[in-house]
Design a protein around this ligand. Structure first.
Ligand code: NAI
Ligand code: BUO
Length: 259
């Protein structure tokens, strides 16, 4: 039987790498992808060294539509088809509201929102061309359900990701394409290291590590999130067990936001 094929954007590290590794374990062929070419090459090497042969990599920028189309084409050329597309890549922005500027708005919306739209379009076009069903899975956040101080731009982008998840699900359902989102809480990746540093810069009364400790201290299950926690949900959303679920932005946050 032909192996199913998944693409995971922004998977040179962090949550994306955890997701890619889980999908490989589940038996998918996986195209990993990132804007950081060196980290991507290193990750591919490490994954192969761990015994996974059906992995390949493609470097690109999710905010460029042509890169997303080329990513899908590369996955299909390498593995023969596409079944799952994970719009994982995203960036943070940590700025007090009155200081948010055009540059921050443009950069964050281009990567988090435009990137998700372009990835969804490229994947959906391929599913339609194949005449198959398909699954699109987007990175949202607790910040797509709540809005956080000094994370205004980021929260707005994740609310937009949630809205596009709903709309794409409605429009693509008749083509047997499902669109869902995972909404992590507080995971100690490079993103949170940067958020912590920026929050300390914005409020000098804070010490390094305190913002992360404050956010993760409110998690009901008593610990911060790991890439595996997120990958467990994406594994489900990529599997046939989720076939009757579409348009959902599912919280996977250990009990932090209740919606
Ligand atoms: N870490 C956390 O606590 C949470 C993360 N998320 C979301 O999960 C996703 C992954 O987050 P992390 O792994 O924590 O982030 P990260 O910053 O650790 O990793 C993100 C990866 O995306 C890549 N990337 C950035 N811009 C890109 C672009 N334009 N094109 C292609 N690749 C690009 C980076 O090079 C990096 O390898 C993001 O969408 C983030 O917003 C959501 C909720 C919580
Ligand atoms: C990183 C993130 O998604 C937060 C702080 O909600």
């Amino acid at each position: 039987m032909t192996k199913k094929v998944a693409v995971v954007t922004g998977s040179a590290g962090g949550l994306g790498r955890g997701i890619a590794e889980r999908l490989l374990k589940d038996g998918f062929s996986v195209m990993i992808h990132d804007i950081n070419k060196e980290a991507l090459a290193e990750t591919e090497k490490e994954i192969k060294a761990a015994g996974y042969e059906d992995v390949a990599s493609f470097a690109g920028d999710v905010s460029k539509k042509e890169d997303q189309v080329a990513l899908v084409a590369a996955a299909v050329q390498k593995f023969g088809q596409l079944n799952v597309f994970v719009n994982n890549a995203g960036i943070e922005a940590v700025t007090p509201f009155l200081k948010i500027d055009e540059k921050e708005l443009e950069r964050t919306f281009k990567i988090n929102v435009f990137g998700t739209v372009y990835g969804t379009q490229a994947a959906a076009e391929q599913f339609i061309k194949q005449g198959t069903s398909g699954k699109i899975i987007n990175a949202c956040s607790i910040a797509g359900h709540e809005a956080y101080e000094v994370l205004g731009t980021y929260s707005a982008t994740k609310h937009a990701v949630k809205a596009f998840t709903h709309v794409a699900a409605k429009e693509l359902a008749s083509k047997h394409i499902t669109v869902n989102a995972y909404c992590p809480g507080v995971a100690k990746t490079k993103m949170w290291d940067r958020i912590d540093a920026e929050m300390v810069k914005a409020d000098p009364s804070l010490k390094p590590g305190e913002p992360f400790a404050k956010f993760s201290g409110e998690i009901a299950l008593g610990r911060y999130e790991t890439p595996t926690d997120v990958a467990n949900l994406v594994h489900f959303l990529a599997s046939e067990d989720s076939d009757y679920i579409t348009g959902q932005a599912i919280l996977v946050d250990g009990g932090l936001v209740y919606k």
